[in-house]
Design a protein around this ligand. Sequence first.
Ligand code: ASP
Ligand code: MG
Length: 402
Amino acid sequence: MGIIIQKFGGSSVANTEKLEQVAQKIIAEKISGNKVIVVVSAQGKTTDRLISEEKEITDNPSRREHDVLVSTGEQITISKLAMLLHQKGYKAVSLTGWQVPIVTNSEFGNSRIRYIHKATILDLLSSDNIVIVAGFQGVDENLNITTLGRGGSDTTAVALAANFEADRCDIYTDVDGVYTADPRFVKNVKRLDKVSYDEMLELASLGAKVLHNRCVEIGKKYNVPIFVKSTFEKNNIGTLISNEKPLEDLVINGVAKDDNISRITIVGLENKIGKTYELFKLLAENNINIDIIVQAFGETFIKNITFTVKMTDLNRTLKILNANKDKLNCKEIIHAENLSKVSIVGVGIANKPGVASKMFEALCEKNINMHMISTSEIKISVLVDIEDAPNAVNTIHEKFFK
Ligand code: ASP
Ligand code: MG
């Protein structure tokens, strides 16, 4: 008898009627002879509501208390779902993150899972219970409540799947799989039957917000097959995220955008060994996440380095750079805001001739200017103005998938 993990997101558990349908999905899995561990998010927009209520009190809450507050949503869902299953004659027990326990580090608001105790869940499963675990939450070694970051219930689910060597981790959501682009603003998108972990990591980090990025990382590390499926559509196949190769080798698998981008250029940095290292060491020490880096080749004694950071990190980064301007000994620090990174993703993109030119052709036809380009084994990204981004994604998508 295998173990199956089923995870239901906020929109799937938004009210009692929806919880009923979720209960049916759980029962079907149980009847087919599997041991079932269920992970749920907070109902609907509960977490958003808790955060706005917090803002009524303070903009700068204690990080510990923040986690105590935002973790409460999931506890409501697990108890209701357990009661519903009891009503239908099934044995079910709900567990919070600290009851499992799911032990994390103490990075409140963005904790990482260290280990998951197996005994409690295994005992409950062996006495025929459906186990319902609250997503998104854990406990640190000092018994403080922690949370895994927004959207973190996916990570709880895949971490449980890895820990219990589950046959599958089914992530039920309001879309019926992973698409070639965001269906909310791109026309003629196609659902993908299969995606590799690496492609999914790119698509997730590039703003195709289907899954929490860290759950894909865990899936890849422990080889957990992850299915993304719709809760409410019948007989949907969904998308399988795994190491399996797709039958049909598409040129690219998706087009995504990330609107949270700003660009910084260090002008006139001395063209001397160690200078680039000095710059990025400074940023690393301050925990600034750098994405694309471009260094123009230094024809003289000086060189320019351009890199991107999240919009949300821009002010902090500029402050650090300006405070160290004399030490860095550069001419100028300039920046551009409100950019978007538009990317195409596909395994082996680097080995397929003509892919980049096709992407640039699409942008050129629509008169969209590219501010920066970067490529890797599985993606090509360009920076465009944020207002051009939806158009850019659409036109590139049309080029590759018409
Ligand atoms: N309820 C949390 C959030 O809204 C976690 C999750 O939904 O995965 O971010
Ligand atoms: Mg989610």
